[in-house]
Design a protein around this ligand. Structure first.
Ligand code: ZN
Length: 491
């Protein structure tokens, strides 16, 4: 996984971005020795692979918080609920009602839970029939609020289009999405138990519509009474109409099987400018990893590169910005999240429950795996989506002494933009840059150990990120999105 040095970029003449003396001095507090020491602590066997939630994760969060406090940051642990729930199919049902006529579909034979949040109270909603040959664009134009969407897939669906249509329906915020299935009844019933395992619910209010598959046989009489001909809808061009006579009721019961919490560590450095200090630059990395893999002689996944390297980096950046004279005009939030490996849990919670208004967060610089691979380049993902890309190019060109070039995404087909914590900031409207050295043979293996980290290289990357963050936090204007990217990414 080596990369040819892009000499042309690295040797560009420094531009106007003159680094002030205190800032330059602060940057040199970031050292390879410190980076190696911190990674050694975070990726030590005593942290037991930092699974979410776990004792090792708690120890890591406390270590980071302790460092932040020493630097004088306003420090807190943000805790989010990690609740395990199990659906109780015997006490759950879907009811279709037309006038006095009612049909009940049972979760033991005719309803399959697919996703979304299980309603804690019974839900009743008017039905909107969506069926036939729809595309993501055509369903994107529908008003689904407060509706139970009855989705009838076409007779021969194209799998990718079907997925896109379902995703758009799900994100449009109806009360529920019910996909009507005409699969073989016995096959359908036998598939249900597999879909009712325990599931993990993150956070307090999970407002995604519940998504179910309902076997059409269980509700065919009420559908007929409401004037719906399912066979005709399946073969029709796009259909979308309300069924005023039909009300859909959903009653689901689930039980809590365990109730824990997990931490994010937050350190805030207040900005020096009385006005701009109400805006924030966020540096983030995930402190969790994948825990223990039983059955191996060395069973602890140390996650030195993934992402002790980023966590140590955020600590080093916090230390540098806390040095005398280095405090920028805008405030800076240093954030180490958990649950990344489980599905971006901690950053999702932070973005939904930020300690400051999310509109006042002007940029997120996310760091995940920066301690391995080639010594003179680091991939910066997201450059094309905002003017942070040009800011990075300018800062990079002004610091040839770092012998470090931020290069384009080398693996666009992997869609890394959507796969780490920065995405939770981006979808909320915060411009991001994501720094990442790519995977390697030790990725998610017990061999991702501290001795393999190139801490000298990492220290040079962190100095670049320090100058970048300083430039963003001191600039008169906040970063701006490219309009097409805003349209595509921000919810
Ligand atoms: Zn990972």
């Amino acid at each position: 996984m080596r990369c040819l040095t892009l000499l042309g970029l690295a040797l560009t003449t420094p531009l106007a971005a003159q680094t002030t003396q205190p800032l330059a001095q602060a940057a040199w507090s970031i050292t390879a020795v410190d980076v190696a020491r911190r990674i050694g602590i975070i990726a030590d066997d005593s942290m037991m692979g930092r699974d979410t939630p776990s004792r090792g994760l708690e120890l890591t969060a406390e270590y980071v918080a302790d460092q932040f406090r020493r630097f004088g940051l306003k420090t807190s642990l943000q805790r989010y609920p990690v609740t395990r729930r199990r659906l109780d199919p015997v006490h759950s049902r879907v009811v279709f009602s037309v006038g006095a006529r009612k049909e009940t579909a049972s979760f033991t034979t005719a309803v399959r839970y697919e996703g979304g949040s299980v309603p804690q109270q019974p839900v009743w909603a008017g039905a909107l029939l969506v069926g036939g040959a729809h595309t993501a664009e055509s369903v994107g134009r529908l008003d689904l609020r407060d509706k139970a969407v009855l989705f009838v897939p076409p007779a021969r669906p194209e799998p990718e289009t079907l997925q896109q249509v379902l995703r758009v329906l799900f994100l449009a915020g109806p009360k529920a999405v019910l996909m009507l299935s005409d699969a073989d009844s016995a096959v359908f019933a036998s598939s249900i138990p597999r879909r009712h395992p325990e599931r993990t619910v993150i956070g307090l209010s999970d407002e995604r519509p519940v998504t179910l598959q309902v076997h059409s046989r269980a509700v065919k009489n009420t559908l007929a009474a409401a004037g719906v001909d399912l066979a005709a809808v399946r073969t029709a061009p796009a259909v979308a109409r309300e069924i005023p006579a039909l009300q859909v009721g959903i009653e689901m019961k689930d039980t809590v099987t365990s109730s824990l919490t997990a931490p994010n560590t937050v350190g805030i450095l207040e900005g020096s400018d009385s006005r701009l200090k109400r805006e924030y630059v966020v540096y983030s990395a995930h402190m969790d990893h994948i825990g223990i893999t039983p059955g191996k002689r060395d069973s602890i996944n140390n996650g030195a590169d993934d992402d002790a390297s980023g966590t140590a980096g955020v600590i080093e950046l916090a230390e540098a910005f806390s040095r005398p004279g280095a405090r920028p005009k805008r405030s800076v939030i240093f954030l180490t999240v958990s649950g990344e490996e489980k599905g971006l849990w901690g950053s999702n919670y932070f973005a939904g429950n930020p300690p400051v208004p999310v509109k006042q967060i002007v940029a997120n610089i996310n760091i995940d795996m920066i301690g391995r691979n080639w010594p003179d380049t680091i991939v910066a993902i997201g450059k094309e989506h905002s003017d942070l890309g040009t800011t990075l190019a300018r800062v990079n060109a002004a610091h040839p002494e770092l012998r470090m070039t931020a290069i384009d995404d080398r693996w666009p087909e992997e869609r890394f933009y959507f796969r780490s914590d920065h995405y939770n900031f981006a979808r909320k409207g915060v411009p991001i840059l994501f720094f990442f050295n790519g995977v390697h043979e030790d990725y998610h293996e017990v061999t991702d150990s501290p001795d393999k980290i190139d801490s000298e290289k990492e220290a040079r990357i962190l100095k670049l990120l320090f100058f970048l963050g300083g430039e963003i936090a001191n600039a008169p204007k906040r970063p701006v999105w490219n309009p097409e990217s805003f349209e595509e990414i921000v919810e």
